[in-house]
Ligand binder design. Structure first.
Ligand SMILES: [Mn+2]
Length: 365
């Protein structure tokens, strides 16, 4: 009876959001982000809008999705078939309900949607609605955590699988394709992002574009990868070496590893994200590599591989039970080599649980 379980879950989620919007007095609230609509309702199509009115929650889509939506929507979401275009439909819903202003989800409405709204919905005022759903998504419920854990486990298995595959002469593409094949044959929908396999000097670019370059002896191979399991993402990075380690790079490896471990060990409720960032950053700076760690320490992971909260110097979000974040410091020597180590960490009531368990010991293949 998995279907029933899932729809009950979404029904509860809709109720929770309704309650939250009532407290904030943010009705009606228009959600245009498809990933947020999926979070709220389970709908996985490519077109639709969700509107939280005070008296009901309405999902609007076109005829392509009518049958599907009616099958999967939670019982407390009312389906409305779009009439010509969405904003015309919105206008008539607002007219029926005699409502003269609306809150827009901020990050998902484009300028062209705004223009159409102004043309079709004359007399209705727009209010900035923030990004309420993204904020709620920060805390994962038990079902979400189970899926994220499973995604992390598959990624760990994939890491050990790929170790047997990395050798001189194999291209970065070969490795990336093998990773993707592993995911798809182990119950995943897809990669959570384009796999990064960065060898040699390419590893000094934090978001290197994987290519046809062949792996050579003596090179680092930085692998940043993740999968999607039942909609939920994983994200892990390891840096391994082929045959030999370049001069000085083993020192950098141990600095990154220790910085990462110190930050992981510190994760617990109420620690703020900027303080967590500082734990790794200050350690790396004290070892003399501060200028070579440019990016933030980590990010939330869930339905999106990068979501709230950001773990960086600017902005302090207090960690809470149920958050899942990455911790991924790196040191990058331009045109030479880079090392990054990344794990996913769940915040628990008393501390944390590391979800990715692949070894961080120095590996020379
Ligand atoms: Mn990451």
């Amino acid at each position: 009876m998995q279907g029933d379980f899932i729809s009950m879950n979404y029904r509860t989620r809709i109720k929770k959001i309704q309650k939250y919007l009532l407290e904030k007095r943010q009705f009606p609230y228009l959600v245009a982000s498809l990933i947020n609509i999926k979070y709220c309702t389970g709908f996985e199509g490519s077109y639709g809008y969700l509107i939280f009115f005070e008296d009901e929650t309405v999902f609007v889509s076109d005829s392509r999705y009518e049958e599907y939506a009616l099958t999967i929507l939670p019982k407390n979401v009312h389906f409305v078939l779009q009439d010509k275009d969405f904003f015309k439909t919105l206008q008539s819903l607002m007219k029926q309900k005699k409502i003269k202003n609306i809150f827009f989800e901020e990050h998902s409405i484009t300028l062209s949607q705004y223009r159409t709204f102004k043309e079709q919905c004359k007399g209705i005022a727009i209010n900035y609605g923030g990004d309420v759903i993204n904020q709620l998504r920060i805390i994962k419920d038990d079902d979400e955590i189970e899926n994220i854990k499973k995604a992390a486990q598959i990624t760990d298995k994939c890491f050990y699988h790929i170790l047997e595959f990395i050798k001189p002469g194999v291209t970065e593409w070969d490795i990336a394709i093998e990773i993707e094949y592993f995911y798809k044959t182990n119950g995943c929908e897809k990669n959570s992002f384009d796999t990064i396999v960065a060898s040699g000097a390419g590893s000094s670019m934090p978001h290197y574009k994987t290519g046809a370059k062949k792996i050579k002896a003596g090179e680092p191979v930085l692998i940043d990868m993740g999968c999607v399991y039942r909609g939920y993402c994983s994200d892990i990075t390891r840096t391994v070496f082929v045959k030999d380690i370049p001069d000085g790079i083993s020192t950098i490896y141990s600095v990154v590893k220790d910085a990462q471990q110190k930050a992981v060990d510190a994760v617990k409720p109420n620690l703020t994200t900027n303080k967590l960032d500082s734990i790794a950053r200050d350690f790396i700076a004290a070892k003399g590599y501060g200028a070579l760690f440019g990016h933030s320490l980590g990010h939330g992971v869930g339905l999106d591989v990068h979501e709230l909260p950001a773990v960086k110097q600017n902005g302090a979000v207090a960690l809470k039970k149920g958050m899942v974040i990455t911790i991924e410091p790196g040191i990058y020597i331009p045109r030479e080599a880079g090392v990054r180590i990344e794990d996913m960490v769940l915040v628990t009531s008393s501390g944390h649980e590391v979800l990715t368990k692949s070894t961080k010991e120095l590996i020379v293949l």
